[in-house]
Design a protein around this ligand. Structure first.
Ligand code: XMP
Ligand code: MG
Length: 183
């Protein structure tokens, strides 16, 4: 699939490249204010958070560390079950560390809620969450999210790390898919 086809498969662009980058810059400044003396560890959730991590981390005006977790939450369906399995754990011992979880999207919140509880059990100094996108209408659990890029409608979105059947992650925008893609 070439770039033109990826673009043509979008029904609507929700966020442009410029909107995403501007917002990440703002979030990076807020984050830095709170973590400048804390040697923050950014924890990304694979694979969707790869783009957010990459751009957010470079927007920070100082040093930060990075680590990754991979979990399965969706299985083959499209609905979160809250049943989470760790596919790849952190390499870092987070005891007494300041941890900032970096996510692409919070949908039901079940996955992140589980991850946060799991990380907290390892006795870090703090655990906060930064997500580029959040779907408030889909929330099934209350999670306190410190940094949110954008609240979006409860529609399936792709691009900027988010996939449909592993495609579209490398789009620079976030958008919804046209109906012909699903059929
Ligand atoms: P929950 O519901 O547990 O799920 O908050 C979070 C994870 O589900 C995936 N997800 C999406 N992936 N477009 C996607 O490509 C979407 O609109 C979408 N909504 C949820 C994603 O992996 C996220 O980490
Ligand atoms: Mg994800």
């Amino acid at each position: 699939m070439d770039a033109a086809q990826m673009g043509a498969d979008l029904e609507k662009v929700l966020l442009t490249e410029e909107q995403i980058q501007t917002r990440l810059q703002e979030l990076a400044e807020q984050i830095w204010e709170n973590y400048q003396d804390k040697n923050v560890l950014l924890v990304g959730v694979l694979k969707g958070a790869v783009m957010v991590m990459s751009d957010l981390m470079r927007a920070l005006p100082g040093s930060a560390e990075m680590d990754w977790m991979a979990v399965s939450s969706y299985g083959s369906g499209t609905k979160s079950s809250g049943v989470v399995r760790i596919l790849k754990d952190l390499d870092t011992d987070i005891t007494d560390r300041h941890v900032l979880i970096v996510e692409d999207i919070i949908d039901s919140g079940l996955t992140l809620s589980w991850i946060r509880t799991n990380l907290r059990s390892r006795k870090p100094a703090s655990v906060e969450i930064c997500t580029l996108l959040r779907k408030p209408e889909a929330a099934k659990v209350e999670i306190d999210v410190r940094y949110v890029g954008f609240d979006i409608p409860n529609d399936f979105v792709v691009g900027y790390g988010l996939d449909y059947a592993e495609a579209y992650r490398n789009l620079r925008v976030v958008g919804t898919l046209a109906p012909h893609v699903y059929s």
